[in-house]
Design a protein around this ligand. Structure first.
Ligand SMILES: [Zn+2]
Length: 204
């Protein structure tokens, strides 16, 4: 009997408990487990106005970065401080992304820009997505990362408040993929990713 009690009382931690929700994917066995939990819950916890339900919902609604897709409106935040508009030359329809993979690469780059922003202040993106026709028109390289071909993507950017040289050095030290050193000659740093994510460096 004692052994049974010990097993029964072995407790999960609060973080263990959170993980049940974090990794919930609506799988059949998960739903069955949640139903058991629901059946054991006191009625007060099932009150739609209960603190836990209100808190849980408010978090979801105030989440800053919504789901960013090719069809999102241009004012959609890619990350907290960078919008879809900034990646498309102010919101040009012709520069919309056409696949979710492109959006995901853009998020990865913008997450890096957020770190740069925390250190250097507002960051101006001078060029983001350039579909083939636009890339050709502006004389971009035929294999430019700005095309956002599968696994690729890039932005050209500089810190609005100055400190461009420091920004370039910081990007060089902290971005493991593609960097084009353009601050001196072009007024921006090219920050990109190419397929397979190799480390690449070049001068303009
Ligand atoms: Zn570039």
């Amino acid at each position: 009997m004692a052994l049974v009690v010990i097993n029964y009382m072995s407790s999960i931690s609060k973080s263990d408990f959170k993980n049940f929700f974090k990794y919930y994917k609506g799988e059949a066995q998960q739903e069955a487990g949640v139903e058991i939990l629901f059946d054991q819950m006191r009625d007060v916890l099932k009150d739609d106005g209960h603190d836990w339900i209100q808190t849980y919902r408010s978090k979801a609604e105030s989440s800053v970065s919504g789901h960013f897709t090719p069809d999102s409106t241009f004012d959609t935040k890619v990350t907290d401080n960078f919008t879809y508009s900034e990646l498309t030359n102010g919101g040009e329809e012709a520069r919309r992304f056409t696949s979710q993979d492109q959006c995901d690469v853009a998020v990865e780059i913008c997450e890096f820009l957020e770190k740069a922003r925390a250190k250097f202040g507002p960051i101006k993106i001078t060029s983001g997505h350039r579909p083939p026709a636009i890339n050709a028109a502006v004389g971009g390289a035929s294999a430019s990362e700005h095309l956002f071909a599968p696994g690729c993507g890039a932005v050209d950017a500089y810190p609005i408040n100055g400190g461009g040289a420091e920004f370039e050095s910081w990007c060089d030290a902290n971005w493991p993929y593609s960097i084009g050193y353009g601050m001196s000659y072009r007024g921006f740093v090219h920050i990109g990713i190419r397929a397979g994510k190799p480390r690449v460096r070049w001068d303009y």
